[in-house]
Design a protein around this ligand. Sequence first.
Ligand code: NAP
Length: 462
Amino acid sequence: MAEAPLRVAVIGSGPAGFFTTEHLLRQERPVSVDLFDRLPTPFGLVRGGVAPDHPKIKSVTRVYEKVAAHPAFRFFGNVTAGRDITAEDFARHYHAVVWAVGAETDRRLDIPGEDLPGSHTATEFVAWYNGHPDFRRCQFDLSQESAAVVGVGNVAMDVTRILASDPDELARTDIAAHALAALRASRVRIIYLLGRRGPAQAAFTNPELKEFGELPLADVVVRPADLALDPATRAALEANPDREAEKNLKTLHGFVERGLLGRPRRIEFRFCTSPLRLEGADRVERIVLGTNRLVPGDRGVQAVPTGEEESVPVGLVFRSVGYRALPVEGVPFDTIRAVIPNDRGRVLHGPGGTVVGAHYVAGWIKRGPSGVIGTNKPDAAETAERLLEDAARGALPTPAVPAPDAVHDLLRTRGVEVVTWADWQALDAQEVAAGAARGAPREKVTDTGEMLAIIRGARQRR
Ligand code: NAP
């Protein structure tokens, strides 16, 4: 008799979920994977996070489409794990569950005025311009002339670049139509990009920095004094040469040499500065910055305040200081690191609960919000290998109801409208066709109800 497939549920169809699925389906032993997502659309941050003007990064979806074509793959879109299907249900229907749910919220600055109108998280803005259904109604007052972006990671670079971009160029991307219209009307002219440490410690990568130099509407301003290396940085770079930091310093020097070109917008870097508070009567009117100096510390070069302050008028603030994962119902959570405690992907008993059934983690919920899309491939492989090892030594519980159709039946009885891969393909085709009208790769549908209506229409035609 043929070996019964190992049934795995993967939760979250972003890079971590898809790379885990790919690894599991590549095995000789039969494995079937049901990939769940709370949205009707797949691809997680590739759809909802990667900047619209970075189509090459998004082309990884072609790899995921090949994974989805595997006969042992099924997509369960529009299904919220923990609500529509519980941890107990997963244990009844699957040998193992892999949580690849990413990091859905943001770290906070914890400074006065952080919640004033006009102060936003960068991730909200990103999700808005990428047409994420939960963020389509967000409002950003782009009538303001100055904005500050706090943090100098790649998300901060994306936000700054989108604010400084030529809307005619953005129109040729898959940016959400509501965001394109708002950005066309934008009056934002100055964007301060604030790093608490120096340029050698910036988290952005060099291609993203160089892209600023190619923005047709924006000058890039760097204070020459910010580029003079302090003793702590010099010693750190001598001890541990950092190619990326060297490239970034060279690019920043290039911006100083280039000077102002008389362009209508300005990106202004400020290093060694931390926001102390946001001030304004009813909304953000200014950001008060504290100057830092750099000193050697346990975790590399650290910023310490000098006590000097400066007030900069801004009407918008985007806090871009990193994502933070949310706990998953029924699974332990390390609230300090904001990850599910795990050993190379195997969920461990720990603070927040004991695990029932076989649970694994991959991606940002496993290791924290760092790395590029490709980082998730080895990360997912590590997790999938632990799962397969456990299966090989007979350590996985046998599901009480292994019949594949039982999951669809269960969700149907609960009134959940499951979006299958064929459904998504129909929506995808519609988005691509609509995008062609404006010379864009796609025009995203941003409302879940509208997505489902398109899908139902396509089902009737099938
Ligand atoms: P990130 O790379 O971790 O950067 C966070 C930034 O926030 C750092 O500059 C950090 O400074 C700063 N920060 C943290 N706490 C702060 C505070 N209290 N005050 C001031 N600054 C503070 O995070 P991210 O930009 O959200 O990106 C997440 C991951 O996605 C990264 O791995 C990134 O490379 C990746 N990503 C890649 C791309 C791309 O490939 N194009 C695009 C977007 C995102 P310190 O270093 O001093 O802590």
